[in-house]
Design a protein around this ligand. Sequence first.
Ligand code: HEM
Ligand SMILES: *[C@@H]1O[C@H](CO)[C@@H](O)[C@H](O)[C@H]1NC(C)=O
Ligand SMILES: *[C@@H]1O[C@H](CO)[C@@H](O)[C@H](O)[C@H]1NC(C)=O
Ligand SMILES: *[C@@H]1O[C@H](CO)[C@@H](O)[C@H](O)[C@H]1NC(C)=O
Ligand SMILES: *[C@@H]1O[C@H](CO)[C@@H](O)[C@H](O)[C@H]1NC(C)=O
Length: 320
Amino acid sequence: MEFPTVVVCLVWFFSGILASAQLTTSFYKTTCSGKSAVDHFKTEGEEKAVANEENAWGLPCFGFIFHDCFVNGCDASGSIRRHCQLHRKRKTAQPNNGSLRGFDVVDTIKSKVESVCPGVVPCADILAVAARDSVVALGGKSWGVLLGRRDSTTASLSAANTGIPAPTLNLSGLITSFSNVGLSTKDLVVLSGAHTIGQARCTSFRARIYNETNINSSFAKSLQANCPSTGGDNNLSPLDTSSPTTFDVGYYTDLIGQKGLLHSDQQLYNGGSTDSQVTSYSSSSSTFLTDFGTSMINMGNISPLTGSRGQVRTNCRKTN
Ligand code: HEM
Ligand SMILES: *[C@@H]1O[C@H](CO)[C@@H](O)[C@H](O)[C@H]1NC(C)=O
Ligand SMILES: *[C@@H]1O[C@H](CO)[C@@H](O)[C@H](O)[C@H]1NC(C)=O
Ligand SMILES: *[C@@H]1O[C@H](CO)[C@@H](O)[C@H](O)[C@H]1NC(C)=O
Ligand SMILES: *[C@@H]1O[C@H](CO)[C@@H](O)[C@H](O)[C@H]1NC(C)=O
């Protein structure tokens, strides 16, 4: 075997090992001042920001981790922008401009982590921790976030929408889109519970409130007041009507009352195979909150970049 071939083989062999490296909760134990990176992420200021209601609306930006993970694996590849669109709108009352409130939080955390351990913790892991902390701050249960992901070297902002399930999908379409990334039907029902917080634009639910029959009619009427059949595309309504700023089972209770906001939400309770799981979560908050952590870990394991692949971004908004 010639020398270069040996090198190539070795590189291939080791990159294979690194590529299949497992994520772990203690990934930064030795590389970030002997502490777990998680400890560096939270500061008193952020705790407060998180607890405050206005920011609670901003936090749903944690949903960007969902979009991120569904696109190329959880690598901070660009879903961030799209996911935080709502916040930009809300803050400036002007589409496509203004600051990304939820993302400001990520920037702040990133700069804190950089000041302690420069160049060590990628944005993809910061997002995973921020998502967990958002859930906890809004009343959910904690889970051990697995760490060791790296950031993508491509921004792929325009490609970021492919692979993300559309709100117009029916149950079998939703199940397929989750199974395409290795997630189960159970994960689908649990993770959709993230819609216990946050809001959607009129354009995301208009067809449902004017044309669908599996919706409570007085609920539909009340939504129509803020979402006309034409115009008002960016008007917002909460995804969980009963308790929009708490991480609880209100989302499932809503579904049982045919008060799911999105078409895709109501698909989870529409006479199909997932009805029983919705019913069971609606009456067991602790089961839901525990399962949510488990499914977030599953989602966080969708083809992460590990080892020497990818990069550690300096600025979470762009590649180095
Ligand atoms: C099951 C498939 C899913 C579909 C079809 C879906 C669809 C949507 C849509 C259409 C919106 C409103 C966007 C807008 O109107 O601009 C939304 C918002 C949101 N989604 Fe999902 N989603 C899904 C799953 C998830 C998952 C798994 C998570 C997190 C784990 C998540 C977290 C969020 C959050 C937090 C918001 C609110 C964002 C805000 O208030 O700014 N979603 N989703
Ligand atoms: C967005 O906001 C920035 C700063 O506030 C401003 O300079 C820019 O012109 C705005 N862009 C649009 C499209 O409104
Ligand atoms: C779900 O949607 C797909 C694609 O639009 C369609 O082919 C299928 O028949 C639908 N399934 C049900 C049960 O409605
Ligand atoms: C409701 O359905 C009708 C008939 O399919 C369609 O013409 C109309 O645009 C739909 N309305 C909304 C708001 O989607
Ligand atoms: C629809 O919701 C309203 C208001 O919560 C409730 O009073 C009514 O009983 C519901 N209608 C049906 C058919 O469930």
